[in-house]
Design a binder for this molecule. Structure first.
Ligand code: ADP
Ligand code: MG
Length: 710
């Protein structure tokens, strides 16, 4: 709310984009399509890079398949009157680059675009035999002197579109920013900024957009861009950290959770249920958990432990603390297969005890479901294991105290928020324990998951050695299956994983589960007991197949990634992953964690082709790196943050500017600043904090579930 309305001729931040000089209705439309409806959006449309004028418009710098701009002189032009009528021209730049231009239907252009004309064109570059071309590019006449005068200016390059080239955006920014820059309020005080050597928000925008660059030399210009970027990146990180710290403070200060008692006796009773001695790593995590659960506010702990580190019993310990206190516990898994598996192993550990445990997944019959729901609501079930279905509103608990979420990366913050109120009263929440075998890189763990306390589950039970991994090409697969056969003859078992159920059913040319199972059973593994497992099978059939494999009634399980998480058969020592080039690093690591879980050493063979450089790099990396944490960092580097969150969790990648690992130092600074800020002002409710509070809620309120109280 600005106190005075700006005069009609003045530009305001909220002014529509069409009020910027030079932006008419048609260009305005193009801006809107790029997500820029107003002046404020324009100012916030940040350049993704900067470059010096020279060479920017060179044809040699264009990339096939991408939209680009080139400037040059027309060396030839003609109308092609037959076939699809078109106008063709050849553009040559000063460096001797050649670009062919074709406009379909637009033969009238022949009158305007004549040889000798200087033109700037914008469009998607395509290959055309040995040449390159643009079809129906946008174009404008370029003045002869333009390039010379602006020679070494550092220019912003904006995310652009085919009908709105970067230069047009730059023009609009230069027209608008100087007139509104005094309206940009800073949410950081002068002293706060000075202490951290950060420029003001207005200066940062001015420097990043390069609007007053007269007399600034090259080095200076680059330094300004760095300074501006540092301020805006810091802002981005600080806002998220403030949100995360605020959420954490709120959990502590305003929400209650059942205080679960702990004593030597309870500890001994719980340990009696665990069929082995805990590893040192497990002991340490159990200690963290026992401390968490005794507190009167909801724990929010992330347990990171590589595959096979032994997370399940740690979860059991936490759940039994709830049961010992007369409360309920729930365990959520990302897939039915995994839920079934957890249920089976928990049930066997709890055999002979009074603990009542049930399985509730999406494929439960409606009668079963109704009965389980009734008993959950009345408190006649102590532990329930299930999938996401457990989070739906219709499931009520009598007094839920502990929720264990396995394989965190599939659960967002929102789902965790859905647990609120499940423990009986509105301001109370169960303790949440999240377990992940996909290690979250340190940098990431401090961001979106920043409200979680973290425990590392280190080491492996029984001093098992990591799985040896080899990468081979498809022509070597006979040899691979021969060695699998040898293992089977020694009494061991094996997995074969494929990306699709049936070759030819989706993507042509891919080997699939069914055809591979048939081929192996007839050929390389004739005489061995080969079974199939995939998600299109009925649950009862899947259970039977898993059960047969677990009890060694079959030798080889040919499956989709349905076995990715949790499947635990110690006698399985070999895994073959076919079409390995199709899987991500995290997934490959998860998959290979399914072998080498017993006394015998595990081996994983990746059959894959280096279809892209990135695929080759991935396969080489997974074969040489066994440590899940290093892999996770590598994954982050190869794919970037957005990819890791994936499209299914759209909106989860909170970063527009920050890049990791480059901005780690800035992140640490933002985290320290946010923590002490929230410590002294947990709700950011001081008058001078109004602006930052508002911006914080706008940016992250929904994702962090902060909006509801504001
Ligand atoms: P993950 O961390 O991948 O979930 P699990 O909990 O499935 O690992 O444990 C892997 C295997 O190790 C299981 O077979 C489990 O029974 C066994 N295990 C776990 N803890 C111990 C231990 N302290 N001593 C011996 N075996 C253990
Ligand atoms: Mg597990």
């Amino acid at each position: 709310m600005s106190p005075t309305r700006p005069a009609a001729s003045d530009l305001a931040l909220t002014s529509p984009i069409e009020s910027v000089p030079g932006v008419g209705p048609k260009r305005g439309e193009a801006f809107r399509r790029l997500g820029i409806p107003s002046v404020a959006h324009l100012i916030d449309h940040l350049p993704h890079r900067h470059e010096f004028e020279q060479g920017e418009d060179q044809i040699a710098n264009l990339v096939v398949g991408q939209v680009g701009t080139a400037t040059g002189r027309i060396s030839a032009a003609r109308v092609v009157p037959h076939g699809r009528k078109r106008f063709e021209a050849v553009l040559m730049d000063d460096m001797g680059g050649r670009l062919d231009l074709t406009w379909f239907g637009a033969t009238y252009l022949a009158r305007k675009i004549t040889p000798g004309a200087r033109l700037r064109v914008n469009g998607k570059l395509q290959r055309r035999g040995p040449l390159i071309q643009m079809v129906n590019p946008g174009w404008e006449f370029a003045e002869d002197d333009e390039t010379e005068s602006a020679e070494s200016r550092l220019r912003p390059v904006y995310p652009a579109s085919e009908d709105l080239p970067s230069k047009q955006i730059e023009k609009a920014v230069r027209a608008a920013l100087p007139r509104v820059v005094h309206l940009l309020e800073d949410h950081l005080s002068e002293p706060f900024r000075r202490e951290r050597s950060l420029p003001s928000l207005a200066d940062a925008y001015r420097m990043l957009h390069r609007v007053d660059d007269a007399g600034v030399d090259k080095r200076e210009a680059e330094a300004e861009v760095r300074e501006a970027r540092r301020r805006l990146t810091y802002d981005e990180l600080l806002l998220l950290q403030l949100g995360v710290c605020m959420r954490k403070a709120r959990l502590r200060n305003t929400l209650k959770a059942p205080e679960l008692p702990w004593s030597e006796t309870i500890d001994q009773r719980i340990r009696a249920r665990i069929p082995f001695t805990l590893t040192q790593g497990q002991e340490a995590v159990v200690k963290d958990l026992a401390a968490d659960l005794q507190r009167p506010f909801p724990a929010n702990r992330l347990i990171q432990g590589d595959v096979g580190a032994g997370k399940t019993v740690v979860a059991l310990y936490a759940m039994l603390m709830a049961v010992a206190a007369g409360h309920q516990a729930a365990m959520l898994a990302p897939t039915e297969v995994l839920a079934e598996q957890h249920y089976a192993s928990l049930q066997s550990m709890l055999e002979g005890s009074k603990v009542r445990i049930e399985l509730l997944t999406g494929s439960a019959s409606s009668a079963d479901r109704a009965s389980i729901q009734a008993r959950l609501a009345s408190g006649d079930i102590d532990i329930v294991v299930g999938t996401h279905a457990l989070l739906t509103g219709s499931v009520e608990f009598d007094n839920l105290a502990v929720v264990v979420i396995d394989e965190q990366h599939r659960f967002g913050v929102e789902q965790r928020a859905a647990l609120r109120g499940k423990s009986g009263s509105e301001d109370s929440m169960p303790h949440t324990v999240v377990m992940t075998a996909t290690p979250i890189p340190r940098t990431l763990a401090m961001t979106v998951f920043g409200d979680l306390d973290t425990s590392l589950l280190t080491g492996r039970p029984g001093g098992r050695s990591p799985v040896t991994t080899h990468w081979v090409v498809p022509s070597q697969s006979d040899e691979v299956y021969r060695s699998m056969r040898a293992r089977i003859e020694r009494g061991e078992q094996a997995f074969v994983v494929l990306p699709v159920i049936e070759g030819g059913d989706g993507e042509v040319g891919l080997r699939g589960v069914c055809s591979t199972a048939a081929r192996l059973a007839e050929g390389p593994l004739a005489g061995c007991r080969v079974a199939e497992l995939h998600g299109q099978m009925k649950r009862i059939d899947r259970e039977r197949v898993m059960d047969d494999f677990r009890h060694h009634r079959t030798d080889v399980l040919v499956a989709t990634t349905i076995i990715e998480v949790g499947v635990d058969v110690p006698n399985a020592t070999m895994m073959v992953i076919d079409h390995a080039e199709r899987f991500g690093l995290a997934q490959l690591h998860q998959l290979r964690g399914r072998v080498g879980r017993g006394e015998k050493e595990g081996v994983c063979v990746l059959i894959g082709e280096a279809i892209t450089d990135e695929a080759a790099q991935r396969l080489r990396t997974i074969a040489s790196v066994t440590d899940g944490f290093r892999l996770a960092e590598e994954d982050l580097r190869l794919r970037g943050m957005g990819e890791i969150f994936g499209t299914r969790q759209a909106g989860m990648n909170p970063f527009r500017l920050a890049r990791f690992p480059e901005d780690t130092e800035l992140l640490l600074m933002a985290r320290r600043d946010a923590a002490s800020w929230i410590d002294s002002s947990p709700e950011l409710s001081k008058p001078e904090e109004q602006l930052i509070h508002r911006r914080l809620l706008k940016r992250h309120g929904e994702m962090l579930g902060l909006g509801d109280v504001a």
